[in-house]
Design a protein around this ligand. Structure first.
Ligand code: NAP
Length: 281
């Protein structure tokens, strides 16, 4: 078989950002500067890096980044109070609470405190419900990134069998819903799924969202499958055995440089979408 198409997330991200640039400029001409508030609780170094990357990406595009760093002994009530203040702040368009928060905090309660209008990371159950009904404004960013990659490369979704491996609320479940909303036939797999490899072998589209390095094997792939690897494990390793799956796939995302960069662009896009709604109020 010929070499697969390598789905270049950096290229997709640049395309999204270049379109956003013009929208940010015209918002600024109207006196509106889009603003994303990021909330980091505690001292986890990877979380701090993710938040810094998101803040820097905002600033590069002219989006204001309001960075809030709370100490690790912050209580659930204090975190919710902080989120409520951001909900009330008319100059904040989006709120991102970096996951995970320290374990003594009720993370779900904190996510739920984010106003639906500012839930640009798609973490509230209200946003999830809207997504399921097909009219959500701000889907979770990684699932949205996966869909954006498929669309950028004009890869067909309708009628295809998509197998999603993983069912987390921020990734596997919402991407399954988004594929279903686009008329794919979706199988969602998880840790109790039986005969996983047989199911993956039936897939036209494989989404890997497991959190286990090199988990999806080359000999599980149908010839010509489209492979999207959302996994990001220590050492820049995806959830897909890239070399082995490369042999079988018709298109595949690399790690790094695949889903990751597009995820950040989707966060920026949702923040700009929200700022435009503010400008039009
Ligand atoms: P998660 O919450 O740990 O969920 C992992 C999912 O994989 C669960 O649904 C789990 O099933 C399933 N699973 C675990 N072992 C399995 C097995 N042996 N067979 C089949 N399914 C299995 O992880 P997540 O937050 O969704 O993240 C998944 C991956 O995506 C991670 O590598 C993470 O770093 C990455 N990620 C990347 C981005 C990005 O921007 N690129 C963003 C978010 C996450 P159960 O539900 O049964 O436990």
């Amino acid at each position: 078989m010929s070499q697969p198409l390598v789905l270049d997330g950096l290229k997709v991200a640049e395309d999204i950002k270049s379109k956003l640039q013009a929208r940010v400029s015209s918002l600024k001409e109207e006196g509106v500067t889009p603003c994303l508030a990021t909330v980091l609780v505690g001292d986890d170094s990877s979380s701090a890096t993710y938040v810094r990357m998101k803040g820097n990406a905002c600033e590069k595009l002219g989006i204001q980044s309001k960075r809030i760093h709370l100490p690790s002994d912050t209580t659930t009530e204090e975190l919710i109070q902080c989120i409520e203040e951001l909900n009330q702040d008319p100059l904040v368009d989006g709120i991102l609470l970096q996951h995970p928060v320290p374990s003594h905090i009720d993370e779900r309660a904190a996510f739920e405190a984010i106003s639906i209008d500012k839930d640009v990371d798609g973490v509230t159950s209200w946003g999830f419900g809207q997504l399921a009904f097909g009219f959500g404004k701000y889907p979770c960013c990684t699932p949205a990134a996966i869909m954006a990659i498929l669309d950028y490369y004009n890869l067909p979704i309708e009628g295809k069998h998509a197998v999603v491996v993983g069912r987390s609320p921020i990734l596997g479940k919402p991407v399954s819903i988004m594929l279903l909303n686009r008329n794919a036939t979706v199988t969602t797999c998880h840790s109790r799924t039986q005969n996983l490899s047989d199911l993956v072998k039936q897939a036209d589209i494989v989404v890997a969202a497991v959190g286990k390095p090199n988990f999806i094997q080359g000999d599980w792939m149908k010839e010509g499958a489209v492979v999207l690897d959302a996994g990001y494990n220590e050492g820049n390793i995806g959830d897909v055995d890239y070399e082995a799956c490369f042999e079988k796939a018709s298109a595949i995302t690399p790690v790094p440089g695949g889903v990751g960069p597009v995820t950040i662009s989707m966060l920026l896009k949702h923040t700009v979408d929200s700022a435009e709604l503010r400008a039009n109020q």
